[in-house]
Design a protein around this ligand. Structure first.
Ligand SMILES: N[C@@H](CCC(=O)N[C@@H](CS)C(=O)NCC(=O)O)C(=O)O
Length: 234
C-alpha cells in the first residue's frame, strides 16, 4: 500500500476512536513488573485493552497472536485453554483473564482511579467505534507472515492512537515478534526518561537488543523488521 494511504487509514482509525488512547489519564498504583498481553493488532477487543494501557501509562510484554500464528497462539492454548484474544496476565497479582471488558475494568481498578472512561465502557458506542477503527485497516496486523524468531524480545516506545506507531506494531504483529511495549502517551510522566534515552520525543522508537539497533521512523522500522525478520526460517 502506498505510504500516504497507510498513514491516512491509520489516522482514520485514530479519528474513529475520537483520540482515545492518545493521552494519559488519572494514574493509580504502579506495577513493579510489566503486564503481559496476548493479542493481535487488527482485533478491536485487543485495541480496547491497548488503549487502556496507554491511558494508564502501563508497560506490557506483547505476545503477538495473528491468525495462523504458530508462536504464541499455541502457547496461550496451553496456558489458558482457548484461542481468544485479548488475554491479560498480571505477574504482579497472579491474575490472568480473557474478555476485554473484564480486563479493562481490572486495569482501571488496579492501576487507575477505578473509573473506566466513557469510550472504554461496555456498550454500543465503544463497540461501534472500535469496529470502525479496525475496519480502516482490516488486513493489517491480522495474519501471520513467515519470520525468524528473535532470541530476545524487542522494545517499542509507542502510544496506542499514534497512526505511525500502529504501522510499526502491525509489522511486529504479523511477524509474531514479541516486544516490550513502553507506552508514552501525551502527559506520560515517563516521557522525560524516554527523551533522555532516545534523544527526542518522537514515537515509534524501536530497540532491537539482538542486533544492537535502535531507530525512529515507522517506515524505517517496518523496512528493518521485514528485512531482518521476514523470512521463511522459523
Ligand atoms: N468478548 C471477547 C471477544 C474477543 C474476541 O472475539 N476476539 C477475537 C478476535 S477480535 C478472537 O479471539 N478470535 C479468535 C481468533 O482470532 O482466533 C472480548 O471482549 O474479549
Amino acid at each position: 500500500m502506498p505510504r500516504i494511504l497507510d498513514i491516512g487509514s491509520s489516522l482514520l482509525a485514530t479519528l474513529a476512536r475520537v483520540g482515545s488512547g492518545i493521552s494519559v489519564g488519572t494514574l493509580g498504583p504502579r506495577p513493579a513488573k510489566p503486564l503481559e498481553l496476548y493479542e493481535f493488532e487488527a482485533c478491536p477487543y485487543c485495541r480496547k485493552v491497548r488503549e487502556a494501557l496507554t491511558i494508564l501509562d502501563l508497560d506490557a510484554h506483547i505476545f503477538p497472536c495473528p491468525k495462523g500464528g504458530r508462536r504464541f497462539r499455541p502457547e496461550l492454548v496451553t496456558r489458558a485453554g482457548k484461542e481468544q484474544f485479548p488475554y491479560l496476565v498480571d505477574p504482579n497479582t497472579g491474575k490472568e483473564m480473557y474478555e476485554s471488558d473484564v480486563i479493562v475494568k481490572y486495569l482501571f481498578e488496579s492501576y487507575g482511579d477505578g473509573r473506566v472512561p466513557a469510550l472504554l465502557q461496555p456498550g454500543l458506542l465503544t463497540q461501534a467505534t472500535l469496529t470502525l477503527a479496525s475496519g480502516m485497516r482490516p488486513a493489517s496486523g491480522l495474519r501471520a507472515a513467515p519470520s525468524r524468531a528473535p532470541a530476545q524480545p524487542l522494545e517499542l516506545w509507542s502510544f496506542e492512537s499514534s497512526p505511525f506507531c500502529r504501522l510499526a506494531r502491525e509489522a511486529l504483529c504479523s511477524f509474531e515478534l514479541p516486544y516490550l511495549l513502553h507506552n508514552v502517551g501525551k502527559g506520560s510522566p515517563r516521557r522525560e526518561a524516554f527523551v533522555a534515552r532516545s534523544g527526542k520525543m518522537m514515537v515509534p522508537f524501536l530497540a532491537d537488543p539482538n542486533a544492537g539497533v535502535e531507530m525512529f521512523e515507522s517506515a524505517d522500522i517496518v523496512r528493518y523488521l521485514e528485512s531482518h525478520y521476514g523470512t521463511d526460517v522459523r
